[in-house]
Design a binder for this molecule. Structure first.
Ligand code: F0G
Length: 371
């Protein structure tokens, strides 16, 4: 850190703001993620103020979940738990498995069979969790987990666990510390609705403590095929390419709706095509490789600007990029052109190279961005 002190994770950094047992934290030194200016992306989506990206994919297990998991696992240890359990679209599973490993606890994770990105499954397995693939969706897996914790002595570490929100609100604190104010708008993908609830809690706490003058408006973004909060009713068969937010019955739905309302914000649904285009723009214009769910925040912002819901002429906007692109390598391989294969000979190489060098437009032509 700039002042020479060493970063030791979000509990250490923000302990006075967090209701959590006063023991040594179980931590991987999560948090302290970059808040990156994104001028090229801002220009491409028609925003003339300041756009920043909170790059949560740089947390230790590659997603924002680590902020909540350090708190939930620390509290579980303080309460004497031996085992933890969660249902997950993947990132919570990987994070729970990592922090449980660090604390010497057993981790059980339930995932929707065949519907989680490869990097998340690989990580949960590598960290030594017991992974159960449920023939159903996230909502059904969560229902099983909720029942299990009523019967067995296992600690629930989904975002229904209040300590998860305690930890996750630190992202809001960091944004305010980094900007030295609150943004005008915060754009964030919404799945089970824990994160948007945690951000609002964090902004309010900072406001009450006099650390910021105003509060941001929240723009919560769901995928069209999994948009229960936008539609106003549960979705029985949620579908989206953004598997992280493929959720039809968000556990924190009512609180998320209240947060958006209190903030004077909006909820929007975006199509998979819009998500994919935003995902490519983040990578090609700003060098940020994220997983599809993260790009929903940009797809939503772009739509909100186009519809005049957010003023495009000025202001400070932060979009949260929730997870790293390496979580879901298959999406890149499935949707982008494969590399050109050439033989290891000079002539073959030259034949491939010359048209590329002669056509300086080739690169931008590959990217069908509107001007
Ligand atoms: N982005 C990513 C990358 C996620 O993994 C999630 C949620 C969200 C956004 C939405 O956050 O659920 O708090 O509204 N992933 C959960 C999981 C459901 O199991 O990993 P939310």
């Amino acid at each position: 850190m700039a002042d020479g002190s060493i970063w030791r994770g979000v509990i250490h950094a923000y302990r006075p703001f967090l209701q959590i047992a006063p023991i040594d934290p179980v931590t991987l030194y999560e948090g302290n993620t970059p808040l990156l200016p994104a001028p090229r992306l801002a220009q491409a989506i028609g925003f003339h103020g300041s756009l920043y990206l909170k790059y949560e994919g740089l947390n230790p297990t590659g997603s924002f979940k680590d902020r909540g998991m350090t708190a939930a696992i620390t509290q579980a240890v303080a309460e004497g738990a031996q085992a933890v359990i969660c249902a997950s679209t993947g990132n919570t599973a990987a994070s729970a498995a990592a922090y449980a490993a660090r604390a010497g606890l057993q981790a059980l994770v339930l995932i929707p069979a065949g519907k989680i990105a490869l990097g998340k499954l690989a990580a949960a397995m590598a960290y030594g969790a017991t992974v159960l693939a449920v023939e159903g969706n996230f909502d059904e897996a969560l229902a099983l987990v909720r029942r299990a914790v009523e019967v067995y002595p296992i600690a629930l570490v989904n975002s229904l666990n209040p300590y998860r929100l305690e930890g996750q609100q630190t992202a809001a604190f960091e944004i305010c510390d980094q900007l030295r104010r609150a943004p005008d708008w915060l754009c964030i993908p919404v799945g089970n609705a824990g994160n948007i609830t945690a951000y609002w809690k964090g902004f309010r706490a900072y406001h009450q403590a006099g650390r910021i003058d105003g509060l941001p408006h929240l723009l919560g973004v769901q995928a069209e095929g999994a948009a229960p909060l936008v539609l106003g009713h549960p979705v029985d068969h949620p579908e989206t390419i953004a598997t992280a937010i493929r959720i039809g019955r968000p556990a924190r739905g009512p609180e998320a709706l209240q947060a958006v309302r209190e903030s004077g914000g909006r909820l929007l649904a975006v199509s998979d095509a819009e998500i994919l285009e935003a995902w490519r723009m983040l990578a090609a214009l700003e060098g940020l490789f994220v997983e599809p769910a993260s790009a929903a925040s940009i797809a939503g912002l772009r739509r909100a600007l186009a519809q005049g819901l957010i003023p495009s002429s000025e202001g400070t906007i932060v979009a949260v990029l929730t997870g790293h692109g390496l979580k879901d390598p298959e999406i890149a391989l499935r949707t982008l052109s494969p590399p050109i294969t050439i033989s290891a000979e000079w002539d073959a190489f030259r034949r491939a190279l010359e048209p590329i060098l002669e056509n300086p437009l080739a690169r931008s032509e590959r990217l069908p961005f509107p001007s």
